[in-house]
Design a binder for this molecule. Sequence first.
Ligand code: AKG
Ligand code: FE2
Length: 337
Amino acid sequence: MTTPERPKEFRAGREPPVINLGGAEGPIVHEIADACERWGFFQVVNHDVNPETIRLFDESVEAFFAQPSDLKRKVKRHADNSRGWFDDELTKQTPDFKEVFDVGEEGDFAIDGTNQWPDEPTRFRTDVKRYFCELETLALRLAGYLAQALSLETQSFDPELRPNTSFLRINYYPVCTTRAAPEDWNSEEEPKPDKDGVFSVNRHTDSGMLTVLRQREGDPCSLQVFDRVAQRWTRVHPAKGAFIINIGDVCQVWSNDRFQSPVHRVLANPEQERYSAPFFLNPSYEAVMQKRTLDDVPPRYRPFTWGEFRRRRFEGDLEDTGKADVQISDYQIAGRL
Ligand SMILES: O=C(O)CCC(=O)C(=O)O
Ligand SMILES: [Fe+2]
């Protein structure tokens, strides 16, 4: 078994742990349970995703975003189809400083939409699809470990996750020179609270079961997780060859709040561009969100389906009512947090 390689800036205990997936299952499950209770975030190395798949994916992604905007606009997402390219997303009512390409499984997904593929680069479709498939395999393997971490059978979430409505988001964060950047960008100090920052993605939780995030080596380290214990934002320094994993709202509901969906955000980069690619493992539309753990703790959420949740999210997006998007806390039995 090889030792996981820690990033040189890694501060043990002050950042989510790096977990080696090349070892025995028992310790992996144990480490994942600890990481999910403490952070909701961890990194994985020795994950079996083919480095060549990643290299080809990176090349195609770079070539896609390098094209003029009018070419990218040919595959722009619209009111009836949430898949494709866009550069106009709001998170927490603030504009995100980013460009995005969203892609899911092939087929017409009633709520999410249908893939839109650009003509150029010609290899883009093949490279992205191969990457998507390998990431889905890894995400499902991690869902099995999460089930075990909750003292359930490995396959417990299979009925909800096979098939699924997962999607891959490919982010390009250009250099941000137009607005003031956080003054402590390069400092070793913890960044200041929200009001000082400019965000590529403002604070949020991911809504699905779990997210497998690719960051490139050498890119700025601008992902921050809110440390619930220390009550401050902390950066996640990517380990060499690692994927960064976080759990989402679905996992929070299934675990009945034992594993909480972590709040995170992405700082804008005043000096260097950045790419990232979160793969969101999302359940099937029929999957029911309700307590799955077998202890005596009363359920904290009323049951709802993933499809209902997604539909309400999209309706909120389209109507732009000025109200916050639907949240899982809307389903809490004790009322809204
Ligand atoms: O780019 C990143 O590091 C994370 C992006 C993210 O949190 C998201 O797209 O939900
Ligand atoms: Fe996220």
